[in-house]
Design a protein around this ligand. Structure first.
Ligand code: COA
Length: 390
């Protein structure tokens, strides 16, 4: 029998500020129900001035290192589509902030919102080769669209860290997956732009097409029948997208289309994303965290994962929740982090939106705002200066 491999620990961090979508609705003269019902979003996390993908990723990963130590970690995979440097991997800063051993490889992965799933699959393969090793996977992103664009209500910020190991405490990643790639332009962010460009309606259609193809490949590869899955985690650019994708998957796979059944299969996965907003690479694993932190008893539950990244790549795979998983969660702390975010008003939101990294050599200090364990203190000659705050 092969050793089960999967997610041994799972932690998250998010921007310490929060914007209620009513602020955007008022500015744009939109009915709030378009957001709360039509796209399924209520609030979005916003990073403080000294928070970015590194500080959020490190804050998520610190919880894992504090609990498990760094022993056996020889690889850190950092997935993001909002990278902060064209050359240096953001994970190298995290490696330093967490004081991980130098006997470690660190690399950044990119393919829109999909790359954390590539990181998870690569991590499981590394552990298959050597079950003594553990791999730290980090997914961290800040989603920003142009003011007034259709994407504006679907912004957000957050990070997830996962420790991938043999005999995991939380979720075994089952071997085999269905994959799909198609060169399309539904969402992209050319070099030099801080806001993404998106053809939203096309992206929805492309996502559904990818769901269908990834599932068909999963079936052709001999995966579990749809009837074996009890819960489903989707990439959620906005939570209503998960409902659309789920209905399409079940229709494609020939499952039960009763609306109450469909809703029960995904409802607990939507709670965190609904109040955090889009976290790109982290979103599907925030969906998993939302499910695990829910009141449901999930021992031995088979979860279907559908990961989609515009451009586009998709993957369907299966995970099995481990008996006793609940005693390894941080559910109360997670809910406290969300409740502790500081609400911002319209003018603070616009200030955040105008924020840009410096483009000239010189010293540039940032205000001390974050309550988190790490901060971006500023820039020296375009080098990012990170600091430990606690
Ligand atoms: N009450 C309730 N629902 C309402 C409403 C109201 N007052 N007004 C509109 N709606 C519904 C619409 O019927 C629609 O629902 P449907 O999709 O089920 O038909 C939904 O709200 C959205 O309305 P729509 O007019 O399509 O919104 P939009 O043109 O502003 O675009 C998105 C919405 C989601 C396409 C847009 O926000 C976007 O592009 N987001 C980014 C998506 C993304 O990141 N994609 C890439 C990664 S997958």
């Amino acid at each position: 029998m092969t050793t089960p491999i999967g997610i041994h620990d799972l932690a998250f961090a998010t921007g310490s500020r929060v914007l209620d979508l009513s602020v955007i609705a008022v500015r744009l003269g939109t009915e709030i129900e378009k957001y709360t019902i039509g796209i399924g979003q209520e609030r979005m996390s916003i990073p403080a001035a000294d928070e970015d993908i590194v500080t959020m990723g490190a804050a998520a990963a610190k919880q894992i290192i504090d609990r498990h130590g760094a022993e056996g970690i020889r690889t850190v995979l950092f997935a993001t589509e909002t990278g902060i440097d064209q050359s240096k991997a953001a994970g190298v800063y995290v490696h330093q902030l967490l004081e991980l051993p130098t006997t470690c490889r660190v690399v950044e992965l990119k393919q829109a919102c999909y790359s954390a799933t590539a990181a998870l699959q690569f991590a499981t393969a590394l552990v298959v080769c050597d079950p003594r090793q553990r791999v730290l996977v980090i997914a961290s992103d800040v989603a920003r669209y142009e003011l007034g664009s259709s994407g504006e209500p679907t912004q957000g910020a957050g990070a997830v860290a996962m420790l991938v190991a043999a005999d995991p405490d939380l979720v075994v990643i089952e071997p085999g997956s269905g994959v799909f790639t198609s060169d399309i332009m539904d969402f992209w962010r050319p070099n030099g732009r801080v806001t993404a460009l998106v053809d939203g309606k096309y992206s929805i259609r492309a996502y559904l097409q990818a769901v269908e193809n990834a599932w068909n490949d999963y079936s052709a590869q001999g995966g579990f029948p749809i009837s074996e899955f009890n819960r489903f985690c989707y990439h959620q650019p906005f939570t209503k997208m998960a409902s659309k994708a789920h209905r399409h998957l079940i229709k494609t796979a020939g499952g039960d289309l009763d609306p109450a059944v469909l809703d029960a299969q995904i409802a607990p996965t939507l709670k965190y994303n609904r109040v955090i907003g889009n976290t790109y690479t982290a979103s599907i694993y925030l969906a998993l965290l939302s499910l695990l932190d829910s009141d449901e008893e999930l021992d031995e539950t088979k979860i279907g994962f559908l990961s989609y990244g515009s451009g586009s790549v998709a993957e369907f795979f299966a995970g099995t929740v481990q008996p006793g998983y609940r005693k390894h969660l941080r559910s109360e702390e997670n809910r406290s982090v969300l409740a502790a975010r500081v609400p911002i008003d319209a003018s603070e939101y616009l200030t955040w939106h105008e924020r840009r990294d410096p483009t000239e050599l010189g010293d540039f200090a940032l205000p001390n705002e974050t309550p988190g364990p790490f901060r971006l203190a500023g820039f020296t000659d375009l080098k990012r200066d990170y600091a430990v705050t606690q």
